[in-house]
Design a protein around this ligand. Sequence first.
Ligand SMILES: [Zn+2]
Ligand SMILES: [Zn+2]
Length: 570
Amino acid sequence: MKNDQIAAIFTELADLLEIQEANPFRVRAYRSASRTISSTAESMQTLLEDGKDLTQFQGIGKDLARQIAEVIQTGQHEQLNELRNQVPQGVVDMLRIPGVGPKKVAIFFNQLKLESLEQLKAAAEAGELAALKGFGKKTEQGILENIDRAAEAGKRVSIAVARTAAEAVVADLLQLPEVQQVSVAGSCRRRKETCGDLDVLATASNPDAAMELLAGHQLVESVLMRGDTKMRVRLHSRLEMDLRVVPDESYGAAMQYFTGSKEHNVVVRQMAKDLGLKVNEYGVFRGDEQIAGATEEGVYEAVGLPWIPPELRENRWEFELAAAGELPRLIEVGDVKGDLHMHTTASDGAGSIVEMAEAAKARGLTYIAITDHSKRVSMANGLDEVRLRAHWEEIREARESITGIEVLCGIECDILEDATMDLPDDVLAEADWVIAVLHYGLQQPREQIMKRLMTAITNPHVNIIGHPTGRMVGKREGADIDMTTMLKAAADHGVMMEINAHFKRLDLDDIHAAAARDLGIPIVISTDSHSVNGFDVLQYGVDQARRAGLTKGDVANTKSWTQFQKLLKR
Ligand SMILES: [Zn+2]
Ligand SMILES: [Zn+2]
């Protein structure tokens, strides 16, 4: 559990207690604990596992240390769960309105008995808020102006939506002669799975030209704020974007600062402090003198670090690697030579075998596996033994007309709820490439899920586990998997692990992909394409691999066909 997640629990606890008008000292204690946790560079979880005493930190007494341990061990806080039952979600949502904190929300909830944003809006429109003690017309007006946006806020969009929008705006800004440098920063630049908003930074001889372009951009729905060098817009996708035009000498420092993560930057700032320096969004300073800031490389160099790829800036392992001179050279999209997961019209795909192969070839790939669904996925027209054998025969025939790319006879075979494979062994034995997946019964208890995964891993014909957890980013939790046990078993049995590149899956995630790599498991990044355009998502899978710190050597489908072939024999 990351410090940020632990800190968020204590902030929520403080918010809910304050809404309940609990003892202000308790509220303050939780807030200060949250601040301490989120600003501590070392992982609380690691400290605890190493038997360290958390009361060494400011504001953390015995009782809080015990609560932090509870949160880390159970992922929950018992009292918080009770509070969540007592305070409706709609009341908590009110906290998203700018200028509205727990004290005001407490009054709305306790005095006016308002329980949702809609009810609050109605009360404001009726003038009930302005009539409250300590409130005025101005506060009421402010709430009315912001309440609709608050209803949308807090929703994150997928990296695909964020990255596509950011890249379009960046490319268009770069066309302006008045604009010199432009880049996206923030979580989008770090390629997180989801983004809450977008940060774009630029240098420009005329900031107004940049802002004018953004204001009229086809992706932009409205301008929310516009100053001399800073502007906030709302895109049609409901994502908000900040554009900051910064001086040349601060561009690198601003990039470093706004790319984050917060946890990463805390460490960078501390390293600077140890050297008697100060790092902020304007530059690196010794006293009043700016010694770096025009480039990010310069900022890192000033604090004694090599430039760290944005995808690694999470304060996980990047500082250790940098200190050892072992920052990896991360995999790139162009390194990928094969795609081992895709569908055709035989199941739920839109392209034929030949169309998919030609499209893959056009993208520079030299081998693919056609992996349509097995029969359990009846709504996707999954294949039974007879149809599958006929389908493979078609693939073999198609090979005659396709040159310059190897096409494997594969199958995406379901691991059934009763822990058997959806197709018999003698059929799987005829495949060139077998992906085993969980599609149904993801809610089963861990024991049964593990039994299913072990069935697949110990099956001699299975090459790889596809989208291992079955999670859907932001929508559905994955199955309850004992990841360590599963990965160890996969390593023992020579089974590979997929990073499913579709931005809705990105499964394995970065942390688990790194764990698989540590066990020497070959990782395959595949697109799960359902049409000739499906290959576009490859970049998101590669992003996830980069966040895991993977190099070309860690990813099996960067190998040439000749080399990859050797991995097919188990
Ligand atoms: Zn699937
Ligand atoms: Zn699939």
